[in-house]
Design a binder for this molecule. Structure first.
Ligand code: ADP
Ligand code: ADP
Length: 226
């Protein structure tokens, strides 16, 4: 069944059209890569689906319920509890050990610190991070830091994980390892994945690839053949 959908999404910035009428459906445990040239609307689409940007027109549905017209407080609560986010880099708090970075979203949900850290630690082995629980972000490699960020995105058991160029700062071999873990662990957890990437090799790890061009979605074939 469909966990997240956008229908007829439009967004303008002044005279710039960022989204020109996008329809998109994401199934349970589906992994979706969004590709396209710079300025084509990928980030706007991701942020609109994630309830960070409000569309000018159209609807965003999570589990069949419209979320694009929710009030800001309800929307931010929903983002914290039902979505996970992985960005390019620099998202970990440098003064906190890895396990406390992962525990943070749970603490924001009101889970007591000790319990939150206990739950956070369970994500370290599946992500190949055993023994790194007490390291601070500055003592982690780039790939390790991104795996900690993945753990942090998954710890609340979200419905959807959004990843915006999650390997943009990593070398090719490390990128493959990170995306392989991101796609597999996200699926095992039962969440869907929506990822923006410039890198076709990374997109190939996903179930589906959508090409965005001038704020519209085409299929991969249409754009490679044309
Ligand atoms: P991409 O992620 O594919 O690079 P974006 O979604 O960031 O594309 O941007 C799509 C278009 O909308 C671009 O022309 C961009 O300059 C414009 N845009 C995006 N965000 C803003 C903003 N906050 N203010 C003005 N223009 C924006
Ligand atoms: P990238 O293409 O590397 O993903 P973006 O172009 O999407 O980076 O920009 C990242 C952030 O800047 C987004 O939050 C986007 O909304 C904002 N942004 C993009 N283009 C503009 C713009 N022309 N004016 C103002 N903000 C913008």
């Amino acid at each position: 069944s469909i966990v997240l959908a956008g229908y007829g999404l439009t967004k303008k910035y002044g005279s710039t059209t960022a989204l020109a009428g996008v329809d998109i459906e994401v199934g349970e445990r589906d992994s979706l890569a969004i590709m396209g040239p710079s300025g084509s609307g990928k980030s706007t689409l991701l942020h609109t689906l994630a309830g960070i940007i409000r569309p000018d027109g159209g609807q965003v549905l999570l589990g069949g319920e419209r979320i694009d017209r929710l009030g800001e407080n309800r929307l931010s609560a929903l983002r914290r509890s039902r979505f996970g986010f992985v960005f390019q880099s620099g998202q970990l708090l440098p003064e906190l050990p890895a396990e406390e970075n992962v525990a943070l979203p749970l603490m924001l949900e009101g889970v007591p610190r000790k319990q939150a850290v206990e739950r956070a630690r369970r994500w370290f082995a599946p992500l190949g991070l055993d023994g790194l629980e007490r390291r601070r972000p500055g003592q982690l490699s780039g790939g390790q830091a991104q795996r900690v960020a993945i753990a942090r995105a998954l710890v609340v058991a979200p419905d959807v994980v959004f990843a915006d160029e999650p390997t943009g700062a990593l070398d090719q071999a490390t990128s493959h390892e990170v995306i392989r873990l991101l796609t597999s662990v996200t699926r095992e957890q039962g969440a869907a994945l929506v990822m923006v990437t410039h890198d076709a090799d990374m997109a190939a790890h996903c179930d589906r690839i959508l090409q965005v061009s001038d704020g519209r979605i085409g299929t991969y074939d249409q754009f490679t053949v044309a």
